[in-house]
Design a protein around this ligand. Structure first.
Ligand code: CP
Ligand code: NVA
Length: 317
């Protein structure tokens, strides 16, 4: 691959070696925005956004981020694109590459994400697929960085629930920055073996730990952050009844929170199913940082877009 390879963000692997700088830049852009400096560092860029699934946070934060950076976002519904009538992803990628400067894509299938990136000559940013949700994790690590004065080492994050897209990216991200990760996940819902293998590799390099258990209590013991997500992700609806049964005992509630370190932060990428994977008293309680996570999506997207888009308009990396 050329040293000028385009900066796709398909998963956390694409951020290996870049994550610390990206987080520092996101923090800087957040601070600048408070001073009404929008950091319009990528003027005139057009960003295509294809969303196969609903979105509140990702779509809105990307649109605002593109505006702040001085560009223009185009929301492209697959229903309206010829993609919905069977035009191939490869052909769509080649055509869009002639109009826009990057594509933000929320897909059902990671294979489709990879196919779009393969054929696009411009950067492709994963806005969630069934395997990863990398942009979410940049915002989450930014949130923790703010709370922990910029340092992750010596901290432990407990993931409670499904070994899903958010879990995969979070585990890889924690391992890259040196934050200990303990996942309480039922056996049948463990992350894929290759994701686990990569997480262990990053953890070894950063001097952190990645552990899996089936006991929420064991995972939260000693934790100073607890993260959960829905038990039924978009695309998993057919298994809803089975999942609701399998995740009994994995709710993040006041009793579980009491088993963590005092002051442990409570995290959720949202949308939450209140009363299912998390209780009202915990998500609305003093330990919750979920609104900061949601806000930080905006600042993270800006840093991601700046990283992905070459500084010179029209130039390829
Ligand atoms: N957390 C997240 O990605 O939310 P949306 O589905 O609303 O984008
Ligand atoms: N795991 C969830 C995340 C939603 C932002 C899903 O994929 O539906």
């Amino acid at each position: 691959m050329s040293v000028h390879a385009k900066h796709d963000l398909l998963g956390l692997a694409d951020l290996a070696g870049h994550l610390d700088a990206l987080l520092a830049r996101a923090a800087q852009m957040k601070e600048a925005r408070r001073r009404a400096d929008l950091s319009a560092v990528r003027p005139g860029r057009n960003i295509g956004m294809i969303f196969e699934k609903p979105s509140t946070r990702t779509r809105t934060s990307f649109e605002v981020a593109v505006n702040d950076l001085g560009g223009h976002a185009l929301y492209l519904s697959p229903k309206d694109l010829q993609l919905g009538r069977g035009e191939s992803i490869a052909d769509t990628a080649r055509v869009l590459s002639r109009y826009v400067d990057a594509i933000v894509y929320r897909a059902f299938r990671a294979e489709d994400m990879a196919e779009l990136a393969r054929w696009a000559s411009i950067p492709v940013i994963n806005a969630l697929d069934n395997r990863e949700h990398p942009c979410q994790i940049v915002a989450d690590l930014l949130t923790l960085r703010e709370r922990w004065s910029g340092s992750y080492s010596g901290h432990r994050l407990a993931w409670i629930g499904d070994g899903n897209n958010v879990c995969n990216s979070l585990m890889l991200g924690c391992a890259q920055v040196g934050l200990d990760f303990a996942g309480a996940i039922p056996e049948a819902y463990r992350p894929p073996a290759d994701v686990l293998e990569n997480a262990h590799r990053y953890a070894k390099a950063s001097g952190s730990k990645v552990e899996l258990t089936t006991s929420p209590r064991a995972a939260v013991t000693g934790a100073d952050a607890i993260y959960t997500d829905v038990w039924v992700s978009m695309g998993d609806e057919a298994d809803e009844a089975q999942r609701m049964a399998d995740f009994q005992g994995f709710q993040v509630n006041a009793k579980l929170l009491a088993a963590a370190r005092p002051g442990a932060l409570v995290m959720h990428d949202l949308p939450a199913h209140r009363g299912v994977e998390i209780t009202d008293e915990v998500i609305d309680g003093p330990n919750s940082v979920v609104w900061d996570e949601a806000e930080n999506r905006l600042h993270a997207q800006k840093a991601i877009l700046e990283w992905a888009l070459p500084a010179e308009r029209g130039s390829k990396r």
